[in-house]
Ligand binder design. Structure first.
Ligand code: GAR
Length: 191
């Protein structure tokens, strides 16, 4: 046994958060991104993983919900914490059981507002702008068996101005994610 804390990052899309987290922990002796797991075959996150030199593995719906393939893989990689970075499926019960309070998600809004099934990525920003909200932000939380619930670890806010579009709001949110997600993970996993 060594004292390295190993992370699995799960994503479904672009992978900017996965890249930022990996770069943040690069060179650290005590924390390692052990693998990147993705569930959409053509997701750009796979390309980023290759460029970062992190092992990436695709798993489909069956692997997640009907077999122990994902869990077996994470166990083989000695994963201690599961980080959801733009991962858009509900966490299977078996993974939550194997990693109780050790699954962390980031959501691009101030939960409980704009959370729940179907509220992800750009859909969130479209809804926030359509409702003329004056602020939005990010929520980093522990994952339980419901979408976007579980204990909040951290929130950060940004203003939404009348001339913001879903795209400009997304850019503001990405800046907050870049600034805070890696350090909140760091703080949480180090207790
Ligand atoms: C991020 O904005 C993240 O907060 C959001 O998806 C985006 C993924 O971007 N997550 C959710 O909406 C989860 N419900 P990325 O793939 O470039 O990191």
């Amino acid at each position: 046994m060594d004292n390295v804390i190993r992370l699995a990052i799960l994503g479904s899309g672009n992978g900017t958060n996965a890249q930022q987290i990996t770069e943040y922990f690069a060179g650290r002796q005590d924390v390692e991104v052990a693998c990147i797991i993705y569930n959409k075959k053509d997701a750009y996150i796979a390309e980023r993983a290759r460029n970062l030199g992190v092992e990436a593995r695709y798993f489909g719906r069956k692997d997640f919900y009907e077999t122990t393939a994902v869990l077996d893989y994470m166990r083989a990689k000695q994963v201690d914490w599961v980080i959801l970075a733009g991962f858009l499926w509900l966490m299977p019960e078996a993974i939550l059981k194997a990693y109780p309070n050790h699954v962390i998600n980031i959501h691009p809004a101030l939960l409980p507002a704009y959370g729940g099934k179907g509220m992800y990525g750009h859909h969130v920003h479209e809804a926030v702008v359509a409702n003329h909200e004056t602020e939005s932000g990010i929520t980093i939380h522990i994952v339980d068996e419901h979408y976007d619930r579980g204990t909040t670890l951290f929130q950060a806010r940004c203003t939404v101005t009348p001339d913001d579009t879903p795209d400009t709001l997304a850019a503001k949110i990405h800046l907050l994610e870049k600034e805070y997600f890696p350090q909140v993970i760091d703080r949480t996993i180090k207790g």
